[in-house]
Design a protein around this ligand. Structure first.
Ligand code: R5P
Length: 310
């Protein structure tokens, strides 16, 4: 087994390599002056099983192209097997045509990864589980729920917890966390009047006096979560904690979370946000490196990955 990293999240790749007691493959991935990406692998990888780690986070187009070129370089260097390890699978939110004459980016990106030469994909909390079916190669979709549940049990001492889905699409995820914690479920009825804007219409369930735990896959502008937290507080919630797999955190997201009633926002490090969130006392980063490292070890040894979902 050998591990190669792209430039999107070298911190996470180093932690995964440390967990596996492996070194990262020596490579040179840089840009020409016109912005084109150049990839060179500086060691022999012939016949090796390669795990290539890259998130499709901002700048998404550059990071995606870098991934495709790295997979191509690995294939042309006679790697035996290439696993694209994609901690954050960007472009996943366009997974169907919601209005006519739009693209389905999740399908196009899946095709590109397969065509580039990947034999397998490992990712974390896909925006929609069905995206696995866009690939005709095996996809291991890892879940953050057990990681979040352990953190909640350790850090939140309240006896009166309720899990909250920030929109109807998040019900399954929140219910799964609620099942592990053995607590109930509330649902925020969110509408999007325009792309990038969210509005809370109602909260289904009684949150009065409760410690609310909102769980979602992505926080982007922060609108969904901040509006949900405000609505919960208005309905008498005691505290609001938020657990999110992927901290996209674009624009003024960090600022609006800092100024919101959210007691603590916990994100994972599928996207490198260390500098961005440094000044925010109510944002914590929980590393996913051990979970990803263990999944890689198990794939490499052909043992069960679903064991990690418990
Ligand atoms: C939507 O379905 C996703 O699960 C997130 O709720 C959404 O992407 C969050 O976006 P924002 O933070 O911009 O409201």
């Amino acid at each position: 087994m050998k591990i190669l990293t792209g430039n999107s999240n070298k911190n996470l790749s180093s932690k995964i390599a440390k967990y596996l007691k492996e070194k990262l493959v020596n490579s040179n991935i840089r840009k020409f002056k016109d912005g084109e990406i150049y990839v060179e692998i500086n060691e022999n990888i012939r016949g090796n099983n390669i795990f290539f780690i890259q998130s499709v986070s901002s700048p998404a187009n550059d990071n995606l192209m870098e991934m495709l070129l790295c997979i191509d370089a690995l294939k042309r260097s006679s790697a035996k097997n290439i696993t694209a390890v994609i901690p954050y699978f960007g472009y996943a939110r366009q997974d169907r045509k919601v209005v006519p004459r739009t693209s389905i980016s999740a399908k196009l990106v899946s095709n590109l990864i397969t065509q580039a030469g990947a034999d397998r994909v490992v990712t974390v909390d896909l925006h929609a589980g069905q995206i696995q079916g866009f690939f005709d190669i095996p996809v291991d979709n890892l879940f953050t729920t057990p990681l979040f549940a352990r953190h909640i049990k350790k850090k939140i001492k309240s006896k009166n917890i309720i899990c909250v889905a920030p929109d109807v699409g998040g019900v399954e995820r929140s219910r799964a966390l609620g099942r592990i914690l053995n607590v109930g479920l509330a649902i925020v009825d969110k509408r999007r009047p325009k792309p990038g804007q969210s509005q809370v219409m109602n909260v289904i369930g009684d949150v009065k006096g409760k410690t609310c735990i909102i769980v979602d896959d992505i926080i982007d502008s922060g609108g969904t979560i901040v509006n949900a937290a405000k609505a919960l507080k208005q309905r008498g919630a005691k505290d609001v904690y938020v657990y999110i797999s992927h901290g996209v955190l674009s624009g003024d997201a960090v600022k609006s979370i800092k100024n919101s009633p959210i007691k603590k926002l916990v994100i994972t490090d599928t996207i490198n946000n260390e500098n961005k969130v440094r000044s925010a006392k109510n944002i914590e980063i929980l590393s996913i490196s051990n979970l990803m490292g263990e999944a890689i070890r198990r794939i490499s040894n052909s043992t069960s990955v679903s064991f990690l979902f418990k």
